[in-house]
Design a protein around this ligand. Sequence first.
Ligand code: SF4
Length: 117
Amino acid sequence: MVSESDQEKGVSFSRRTLLKVGATAVTGLVLAPVLLLSPSARAAAKASKASVGYQDKPLGARNDYGKLGHVQDCSNCASFIPGPLAKKNGTCKVVAGSISPRGWCVLYTPVAVSRKG
Ligand code: SF4
């Protein structure tokens, strides 16, 4: 027998799963053209900033104290390649051009992914 709380967990899991599948699908659609290229062409071809919604500011939410809570930005993204100094622009494995450590785009992938979901 399934309790009401189990059903709620099931609904929550399903929504979470749908969000993960949706994010993966969007990432795949953006990267598919790049992955079809030869290795040398792939190294040179990266997504444009416009195609991935790049912005020079982080994505984050303000908490009850008016401070930024969990912030998503390039400095904590797995694809970011830091510049010579921490606050200077670097590059990105998948997006073309100079990338601010405080930037963000839809391909953001946290460096440490929680397995709790
Ligand atoms: S993939 Fe990551 S490092 Fe690259 S621009 Fe997007 S958020 Fe920044």
